[in-house]
Design a protein around this ligand. Sequence first.
Ligand code: FAD
Ligand code: NAP
Ligand code: FMN
Length: 620
Amino acid sequence: MDLQVTNSPFNQDQIDLLNRLLPTLTEQQKIWLSGYIAAAPAAVSAEAQAVQAPAAPLELESQPQVPEVSKDVTILFGSQTGNGQGIAEELSGKLEAKDFNVIMSAMDQFKTNALKKVENLFIIVSTHGEGDPPDNAISFHEFLHGRKAPKLENVHYSVLALGDTSYEHFCQTGREFDKRLEELGGDRLYDRVECDVDFDEDAAEWVENVVEALSKEVEQSAAGAPHAQPQPVGAGAPAPAESKPAHSRTNPFQAELLENINLSGRGSNKETRHLELSLEDSGLEFAPGDSVGIYPENEPELVDKLMDEMSWDPDELVVINKKGDTKTVRDALTGTYEITVLTKPLLEKAAPLSDNERLHELVKEGNEEAVREYIYGRDLIDLGRDFSPWNVPVSEFLPILRKIPPRLYSIASSSEANPEEVHLTIGTVRYDAHGRARTGVCSGQCAERAEIGEKLPVFIQKNPNFKLPEDTDTPIIMIGPGTGAAPFRAFLEEREEQEAEGKTWFFFGEQHFSTDFLYQVEWQRWLKDGVLTKMDVAFSRDTEQKVYVQHRMLEKSRDFYDWLMEGAIVYVCGDEEYMASDVHEAMKTILQQEGGMSEEDADAYLEDLQQQKRYQRDVY
Ligand SMILES: Cc1cc2nc3c(=O)[nH]c(=O)nc-3n(C[C@H](O)[C@H](O)[C@H](O)COP(=O)(O)OP(=O)(O)OC[C@H]3O[C@@H](n4cnc5c(N)ncnc54)[C@H](O)[C@@H]3O)c2cc1C
Ligand SMILES: NC(=O)c1ccc[n+]([C@@H]2O[C@H](COP(=O)([O-])OP(=O)(O)OC[C@H]3O[C@@H](n4cnc5c(N)ncnc54)[C@H](OP(=O)(O)O)[C@@H]3O)[C@@H](O)[C@H]2O)c1
Ligand SMILES: Cc1cc2nc3c(=O)[nH]c(=O)nc-3n(C[C@H](O)[C@H](O)[C@H](O)COP(=O)(O)O)c2cc1C
């Protein structure tokens, strides 16, 4: 109904203006306008004056030109091993507690045509491979960097980039997203934060700061105040209370070690261990495809050697975090700080603490190749020895170190088959470098020091991107050489419990049949019982020519293709650098050979399979 002098408190001039304006307003503008009039005292008093006496027409053009900041927020994450997803969930919880309307989605589940409507966008993304997006970010990354990407003017955004400074392309994907959003016209609400492997404190700070920044924007726009740059707040800012599971990455469960067996036979080049941990009373739940995170400790002998080298007092107390908690130097070097990896940023931070000219020379610009060469295979003991004298106390040296990151292990058991337990398959990392035998921190601890009955701090890292199909009739193909076999033991235990009817095919590879056939008896029993329909093995060092899983796939290319056409889901687990890409190429060859596809069609087919979650990878 049109406004008239008779049905409103307005004079004719005002009625004319309002009747011209009101039909042009969107619902959102009407809501904003009514909120504005209700909240702004000046506007209300003007209205009151208008009721009392006829006044000059409303000066609509004099209203503040502040665009409204919406309370609708979209959080998109690209995460391979779950860290980014965890932070996205944390951010979502904090925003919802402040009455924001949050849509949180993995990038590959987000409909790109909805991007045009997004007003506040938070991106949390890790980098994998060699500077590549994680699997569930690939298609969105490609879309956003393509010609079809929409203009994103009026979009407030911020990017949290996860990475590891020991990789050459640190946080590459996060950097690319941040730059692209700016190019598309986005308005950076809060500067990109780049996190190393010990991301907890930095990520928590980013979460606090973006929530604060967006809240301020909303408040200011509602009050009609001019657009202001938000000030960062510290991580210690009060957060709303939230209900959290009792045990998580930040509050690990102390799991008792029930079993610790060397699966590798005598004479093997490897030591691959089977661990069983108790999750009794932990409240932790998992599904096949998830991983366990273990917080390891550095080797005591290494810690002693380092303190000796640096002449540090083992009992001196040092602050170990932003909260101000303290530990002795020995405990901090054992359980808090990473001492086995050198990175370029670490060398750069160490240089001002040493009088050694060679270190100053090494970190100069242009010496990147020399830095790469130096840090490969060396640790903090090498650094301490090579670049003495050090001229700062231990309390000033330790803060330049990264915190020890937890190590992830693909779960090798089903909780249906083994309630309150979790099984892992851990390959021990051992190598010689620069005249010293070296051992992987976590795998070494599990192989050499973890005794039955001892407790290990663990958490569950969910992996929604590596999951059995709900329909138990769906055929599955599993490719898992070496420790990559772990999740498939869990898959088959689960399928056995489910009495699933769907066909299963497992490709396994290791060096030698006689010493490295991990879980041999179990696969054979499952083959006999029909839980496993087919198994192909590739023992690489039993023949003159190396044979790998992808060679077996190619030998069975017709069957492989037929299974794909029947709707099979393909799972790949294990080495990312070589195996996973070779297996990918083998699948392309099969599609070209058996399906008559061109290379481009085969690429598109695999991309589509990935999109449909019919090609899932858990690679490391
Ligand atoms: C999602 C996921 C699932 C995983 N699942 C499993 C699993 O089921 N089983 C499993 O065993 N592992 C698994 N891993 C790997 C695991 O997390 C650890 O990375 C691995 O156990 C090594 O950790 P570490 O502490 O023993 O070794 P670290 O102390 O981290 O040492 C390993 C590092 O040593 C260096 N290095 C190794 N060899 C050499 C060499 N010859 N010369 C110089 N430097 C060298 C490399 O930088 C290497 O990254 C998984 C990883 C991920 C991300
Ligand atoms: N990024 C990380 O955090 C991290 C940490 C630890 C381990 N890893 C990786 O995880 C992998 C798993 O180690 P693992 O000891 O369980 O097994 P592995 O080294 O992958 O070996 C398992 C089998 O795969 C074979 N293989 C080697 N190259 C291959 C290729 N290109 N394609 C297919 N098969 C190939 C091996 O043969 P040969 O040995 O005869 O060549 C062996 O027979 C390691 O390769 C390591 O690179 C990564
Ligand atoms: C196989 C592998 C490759 C990685 N490659 C890179 C890299 O190229 N650059 C980088 O900054 N970080 C790299 N990382 C580190 C991850 O980005 C980091 O662990 C991050 O916290 C993972 O987050 P997500 O669990 O959300 O995927 C890599 C990690 C793994 C396991």
